[in-house]
Design a protein around this ligand. Structure first.
Ligand SMILES: Cc1ncc(COP(=O)(O)O)c(C=O)c1O
Length: 341
């Protein structure tokens, strides 16, 4: 880890974040946990876990922090429906439903009828429990027709994926600030952060670090296969917009991002051997719960990098645990294949 020239102080960055409307949804700060048995098991660096799975609401996760910023405009602008559509075991669908319940709005989920939709379990069970109207559909045409119908009926529909898009990145500038203060309070200088992210968590952490002049490896692991070069160029574009929104004099390019799609396996949502091993290892060394779709794969990547010798025993890694644990219950058989003792 080394220092660059900061473009803003911690206090000034905090002030700039206050310019955005914000909901109060998360229990913050989330804990920062030392994992000595895990460090020993991977034979390498000190490992700390930033418990973003403990953001509190509805089994937590990074979306709770993201939604504090990104869903605030829906309240200000009096939308009446929060909409989301993704895999049947989507964490974002679960949290769209829970946040809608908390805000007294209606949630409509236009998800995919995929391999983990039956039996109803995990995130899908919770999404129903929070009172969302759930439609699992085969095609994007069906989903678009449903959204068009809701709009024609006069509803104001806020899509938690596309609306407030850049604000989700802003939320993790705030997340970085929180983490940095915790690390400084404990006199810890990390060498790398590992985070599962397609976009916003990684971008927000990277913008936060650069704004404060902190140079450290931020390793993103994508839950989906990706063309790393193209995906990093897309991250840079979002980072530039997040920096602009915060009046930060920063410019990013694709090479500023380190992200890997290779650990996702053949497709989003499939279980990999390394991800399964990581879920089991975290559970058995630290009583730490990961999931097979997001954090298990990221943890597997971190273990792989440790085994390749990328870190020495005197270095420190922070694993940002983005949550997603309810999906574990929908993947029980696939995890238990090798986990029974
Ligand atoms: C558990 C978990 N981790 C990581 C992510 C990635 O989030 P983002 O791409 O917004 O950083 C998601 C959501 O897609 C998630 O549910």
């Amino acid at each position: 880890m080394s220092e660059l020239k900061p473009v803003v102080t911690v206090d000034e960055l905090r002030e700039r974040l206050k310019r955005f409307p914000r909901l109060s949804l998360a229990d913050l700060p989330t804990p920062l946990l030392d994992c000595p048995r895990l460090s020993e098991a991977v034979g390498g660096p000190r490992i700390l876990v930033k418990r973003e799975d403990q953001t509190g609401m509805a089994f937590g996760g990074n979306k709770v922090r993201e939604f504090e910023y990104s869903v605030a405009p829906a309240v200000e602008e009096r939308y009446d429906i929060l909409l989301h559509g993704a895999a049947s075991q989507s964490n974002q669908s679960r949290l769209t439903a829970a946040v809608a319940a908390r805000l007294g709005l209606k949630a409509v989920i236009v998800g995919r009828k995929d391999a983990h939709a039956e039996p109803v379990n995990g995130n899908l069970l919770l999404t129903h429990l929070f009172g969302a109207e759930v439609h699992l559909m085969e095609s994007s045409e069906e989903r678009e027709a449903l959204v068009a119908r809701l709009k024609s009926e006069g509803h104001r529909v806020y899509n938690t994926s596309s609306d407030g898009y850049h604000l989700r990145g802003v939320s993790y500038v705030d997340g970085f600030l929180e983490l940095w203060e915790q690390l400084q309070g404990r006199h810890i200088q990390p060498d790398a952060l590992y985070v599962c992210s397609g976009m916003h968590t990684h971008v927000g952490l990277a913008v936060g670090a650069r704004a404060l002049g902190i140079q450290l490896r931020i390793v993103g692991i994508s839950p989906s296969p990706q063309d790393n070069v193209k995906a990093n160029a897309a991250r840079a574009e979002v980072a530039n917009e997040v920096a602009r929104m915060l009046d930060l004099d920063l410019t990013f390019s694709g090479t500023d991002f380190e992200s890997y799609g290779e650990y996702a396996g053949g497709a989003y949502g499939t279980v990999t051997a390394a991800g399964r091993e990581a879920v089991i290892l975290a559970a058995r060394t630290e009583g730490l719960v990961l999931d097979p779709v997001y954090t298990g794969k990221t943890f597997g990547a971190m273990i792989d990098h440790c085994r390749q010798g990328q870190f020495t025993a005197d270095q420190t890694i922070v694993f940002v645990h983005t949550g997603g644990t309810p999906a574990l219950f929908a993947y029980g058989d696939e995890i238990l294949e090798t986990a029974r003792v």
